[in-house]
Design a protein around this ligand. Structure first.
Ligand code: NAD
Length: 288
């Protein structure tokens, strides 16, 4: 039976080091600050935003919630981002997605100062991840890499198969694993014979958004299975992309939903915000 990778426990551990970094920053006169922009009334977005705010408060990070009406114009939102780009109390800016359909998400993401883009969605940060430079790494794949490292799972030479190719999870996940010398395969909605590919995975990452897409027949004996999915079952209960019970008997290690990848994502948002504030301090010292 697979061991369970406990995202809550690992994130607790990382949060302790974050707290130390926040304390050190405050001693040098800087309080790390995160601005979260929420447009409209999407219920899931509201939940995510309040979880992010709570986590900031708990760890001494200043959080500013900017709530904007559903019918704000794209110009209005871009102006707000421009203001936050200039705000010295703000080290991280996050615009909660999805945005209302009359607003172009790409324009908004590209308007965020890359040095405050703690979600890591700006093309500059995506490009830096791809070319090996320093930048912000999207929180979900960043959290997964930290989890794998914490569990001492061998990455170098391992075959990692990622199901999903979104800009926020699948694609950056592959880049991070490549950086760790894994052999990376991407699968997606047009992949033929999914199980053929996933069965070869030493490490399988499911980031699709389809309940129990990955079953016992999709994995090989001894695989490490990471479930990114956040779906609702018929009773409204949160569940992942992986048939947890079915895969557990065959896998070496597996993440649960909830309590796996989810807690890590928010923790890495805190880490990115602190990283941004630290960089700010270094830049200040250099210019003095
Ligand atoms: P997305 O909808 O942008 O991407 C889904 C991907 O799955 C696409 O690349 C698509 O090609 C692929 N896909 C669709 N159907 C498929 C199929 N039948 N077989 C193989 N691949 C298929 O979603 P996303 O933003 O990457 O999120 C994926 C899931 O992860 C969602 O359930 C989302 O809620 C969850 N998520 C969780 C966290 C977290 O912190 N735990 C963070 C982000 C996303």
């Amino acid at each position: 039976t697979a061991s369970i990778i406990d995202g809550k426990k690992i994130s607790q551990h990382i949060r302790e080091t974050i707290e130390e970094r926040v304390t050190a920053l405050k001693q040098s006169g800087i309080t790390p600050g995160l601005a979260v922009v929420l447009v409209g009334n999407n219920q899931a977005s509201k939940t995510y935003v309040s979880m992010k705010e709570k986590a900031c408060k708990k760890h001494g990070i200043h959080s500013a919630l900017i709530r904007l009406d559903e019918d704000i114009t794209e110009r209005g939102l871009l102006d707000k981002v421009a203001e936050l780009n200039e705000d010295p109390a703000i080290h991280g800016i996050l615009v909660q997605l999805p945005l209302p359909s009359h607003i172009n998400e790409t324009n908004v993401i590209e308007s965020i100062d890359p040095s405050k883009d703690v979600d890591g969605f700006h093309p500059i940060n995506a490009g830096r991840l791809m070319t090996g430079g320093d930048g912000f790494v999207p929180c979900t794949p960043y959290g997964i890499i930290e989890m794998l490292k914490f569990e001492n799972i061998a990455l170098s030479g391992a075959h990692a198969v990622i199901v999903g190719r979104s800009n926020i999870v699948g694609k950056p996940m592959g880049q991070l694993l490549l950086k760790e010398n894994a052999t990376v395969t991407y699968c997606h909605s047009k992949t033929k014979n999914l199980a053929f590919h996933t069965k070869q995975a030493d490490i399988l990452i499911a980031a699709v958004g389809i309940k129990e897409l990955i079953t016992n027949d999709h994995i090989k004996e001894g695989a490490v299975v990471i479930d990114v999915g956040m779906n609702r079952d018929d009773e409204g209960k949160l569940c992942g992309d992986v048939d947890f019970q079915g895969c557990r008997s065959k896998a070496h290690a597996i993440t649960p939903v909830p309590g796996g990848v989810g807690p890590m994502t928010i923790t890495m948002l805190l880490a990115n915000t602190v990283q941004s504030a630290e960089k700010h301090v270094v830049d200040l010292n250099l210019s003095n």
